[in-house]
Design a binder for this molecule. Structure first.
Ligand SMILES: NC(=O)c1ccc[n+]([C@@H]2O[C@H](COP(=O)([O-])OP(=O)(O)OC[C@H]3O[C@@H](n4cnc5c(N)ncnc54)[C@H](O)[C@@H]3O)[C@@H](O)[C@H]2O)c1
Length: 268
């Protein structure tokens, strides 16, 4: 599926680590749709992951940036504008990490230093990114900025741990900054709330396999895959969604509005 709806548009994709990453699939979908990309990730992820493979395939540069560092972000934005020889049309923030989840800490026994680190990476990095973009005035009019989130921001999923708060914070930043970006630069800011997906970040959540099956049975259309999410993001970067902003957009096969499905009732 490719309609070249991003022809002439240029942007930055954060968070492609390996082939399973939602950002990886999104970079491919953007390229198929005619968009030009700069890839970025934390320096350690560039060393450990396979992003070089993606960069070769799509013929686009990688500019490293730790998303918690304002100076790294400024450097990335400056290099991207120079590379594109002009302003930016779209940005994907596809970043998430909880040290407590990674180290198996229960929600009722959180380590607060780890909590702060995860919050900085998963949520505050979005504010830092938006602020650098805003102050540098590098977004084209009708540009589009997306961050990926999960419904644990609204409803309790016990094993999602402190990432639930990080996602709630992230979604709030999209609304708050979206106001100023809309008013003063005609740029839209939204979050996409994606189905559970098998990726490196997803694997960290205890019991993900069982949860994927549960979610599949609950969603009238089934779980949205990473490829589906990539296509949705392409649409959100296109001119077909110019007046959509400050929204948390559920992309989950209908999961968010189902109380219970017949399959779940049958299975118990
Ligand atoms: N997998 C799921 O079930 C699911 C569901 C809904 C939303 N999401 C969200 O989608 C986004 C992408 O996750 P994914 O599932 O593709 O997993 P992933 O592990 O492939 O991607 C996470 C990315 O975050 C990057 N990252 C971590 N720390 C960073 C830092 N300091 N600076 C820059 N980048 C950093 C990692 O290097 C990695 O590329 C995350 O926000 C995640 O929470 C995932």
């Amino acid at each position: 599926m490719s309609y070249k709806i991003l022809e002439g548009k240029k942007g930055i994709v954060f968070g492609a680590l390996d082939k399973n990453s939602i950002a990886w699939k999104t970079a491919e979908a953007i390229s198929d749709s005619g968009g030009k990309i700069v890839l970025t990730n934390a320096p350690i992820a560039i060393r450990m992951g396979n992003i070089n493979e993606l960069s070769k395939k799509l013929d686009c540069p990688i500019f490293p940036a730790d998303a918690t560092s304002v100076s790294d972000l400024q450097d990335l934005i400056d290099k991207s504008v120079e590379h594109f020889n002009g302003k930016i049309d779209f940005v994907l923030h596809s970043i998430g990490m909880s040290v407590n989840v990674r180290k198996g800490k229960e929600y009722t026994d959180l380590n607060y230093d780890w909590l702060k680190k995860g919050w900085d990476i998963s949520a505050v990095s979005f504010h830092k990114l938006l602020q650098v973009l805003y102050k540098s005035n590098v977004m084209n009019k009708w540009g589009s900025i997306i961050a990926l989130t999960y419904i644990a921001a609204q409803r309790t999923f016990p094993n999602y741990n402190d990432m639930a708060e990080n996602k709630a914070y992230l979604e709030s930043i999209a609304r708050s900054f979206g106001y100023f970006f809309g008013k003063n630069q005609s740029v839209r800011v939204n979050t996409i709330s994606q189905s559970p997906t098998l990726t490196k970040a997803g694997e960290g959540v205890k019991g993900l396999e069982g949860f994927l099956k549960y979610s599949e049975k609950m969603s009238p259309l089934g779980n949205a895959t990473a490829e589906d999410c990539a296509n949705y993001t392409v649409m959100m970067f296109s001119d077909y969604t110019k007046k959509v902003s400050l929204q948390n957009l559920y992309h989950d096969g209908g999961f968010s509005n189902v109380g219970v499905s017949q399959e779940i009732i049958d299975s118990i």
